[in-house]
Write a protein of this length. Sequence first.
Length: 148
Amino acid sequence: MANVNIKFNGKDFLLSCDDGQEEHLEELLTHINQKFNNLKDDLGNIGENKLLLITSVKIMDEYFETKKKIDQKKTELKNLSDKFRELKSLVYDYKDKKEEEMIQLSQDHENFKQEIEKNKKDYEKIIEEATNEIESFVEKANLENPVQ
């Protein structure tokens, strides 16, 4: 344990703290002493105990106001984090949906190509059959009516 000599309201005090915390303790006591002296200047000498109580109340008020603001910011941060997670989920859902659509479009495109190829073969077959029938008709016509 370390010891720190401080002066508060014109009196010397010896306080103990954990090793390495001396500077922090001095900083805190400087802040408390400043608040105490400001209240003493503003309110006059209303008694040390009453000034210490009012100083404590003011410091606790600052603490609770700060804590309230921190809690509010934590809530805001949590809400933002929740909204970010929701947005992230929506983005991934959208991405998955678009990938499925791309796969479906690719399948539709392949099916369409196969249908075009089949129609092309069917069309060529129809043309060939029509050509054969026309040739057969012409041959028959020539046999029945020879050229004179």
